[in-house]
Design a protein around this ligand. Structure first.
Ligand SMILES: CC(C)(COP(=O)(O)OP(=O)(O)OC[C@H]1O[C@@H](n2cnc3c(N)ncnc32)[C@H](O)[C@@H]1OP(=O)(O)O)[C@@H](O)C(=O)NCCC(=O)NCCS
Length: 157
């Protein structure tokens, strides 16, 4: 996961230890996809402790060789079919304004879940210090229900 994220700018690369923790403690809310060349995609996510109806999507990475086929959206929908996540009614994430591929992917996800998406200011650019990091507005998709999740195609990923 760490290597894949390194290969997928503009994602922030976290320490190797973070990806070990995700695998160890958050595997119910994370998902990967492999092909004959190895890991081709991953989604890391968690349920915020105070928001049991929200799945917060942290990082989404699809290797260049696997892009353009809607894989990221399929992986998130596959997560939503898990028994442990049947109470989820909203997806939240933060996406920099310039990341058009990510924005379109989340807009498409909202369409496939037959629901709305909205955006509001969240992490201002000043919070990232002098790194030059863009602001990270919050995108919120939902509410959606189990019917829309199961209607969405997520059998192959
Ligand atoms: C964002 C990302 C995960 C999407 O991967 P994917 O599942 O292969 O997505 P697709 O290529 O099927 O494209 C999804 C949508 O974005 C559009 N898109 C793809 N690349 C684009 C680009 N460079 N500029 C603008 N739109 C783009 C597609 O046309 C599609 O739109 P549509 O559904 O309206 O037709 C992938 O591009 C990636 O890993 N990017 C680098 C890391 C990143 O930015 N992650 C997201 C941060 S949370």
């Amino acid at each position: 996961m760490h290597r894949l994220v390194c290969e997928c700018p503009p994602l922030d690369v976290n320490s190797l230890y973070v990806y070990l923790l995700l695998s160890e403690h958050f595997s119910q809310t994370c998902i990967v996809s492999e092909d004959e060349h190895g890991l081709r995609a991953m989604v890391s996510a968690y349920v915020p402790p105070q928001c049991p109806e929200v799945l917060f999507v942290w990082q989404v990475a699809v290797a260049q060789r696997a892009r353009g086929a809607g894989l990221a959206q399929r992986l998130i929908r596959a997560l939503l079919t898990r028994a442990e996540l049947q109470g989820i009614k909203y997806i939240e994430t933060t996406v920099a304004p310039s990341n058009l591929a990510s924005r379109r992917m989340f807009a498409g996800l909202a369409r496939s879940l037959e629901t709305h998406w909205g955006e509001q200011a969240h992490f201002d650019a000043s919070l990232f210090g002098t790194s030059g990091h863009e602001a990270e507005p919050l995108l919120r998709i939902g509410p959606f229900d189990a019917h829309c999740v199961s209607n969405a195609r997520c059998d192959e990923y």
